[in-house]
Design a protein around this ligand. Sequence first.
Ligand code: DQA
Length: 144
Amino acid sequence: MKILIVNGPNLNALGQREKDIYGTDTLEDLENQCISYGASNGIEVLVYQSNIEGEIINYLYKMKDIVNYIIINPGALTHYGYSLRDCISAIENDVLEVHLSNIDNREEFRKTSVITPVACGKISGLGKEGYILAINYFILKNEK
Ligand code: DQA
């Protein structure tokens, strides 16, 4: 089984950026933890990050038939990324939305996600553990 984890704009700056909100782990730390967790459960975790919506969209089209499941933290594209939303709808993969912070108890603009309606679910506010939970969800789903 292959799971793709996609991180959107500004998640490259994890570890430097608003540490009180997003924690001190770098993106590389987070990705390595997900890859190791996957490996210890016999699954391949692939990782991708871009600050550019179109690049993420091109990558999702490229990978849609290669991976079984997709976990995405769209960063701020969550709140206005209609092209990304349409792509997620078009590819018809199971895509789980993850946020490090709880987007429902921050600024008003973060309470709207244009991605949630086309995602199979959302994990928000559980920090990096949210990514591990998302991997676990797909492991359980795959066993059914
Ligand atoms: C985020 C929340 C978004 O509102 C923000 O723009 C991000 C990160 C999160 O993981 O909590 O870049 O997706």
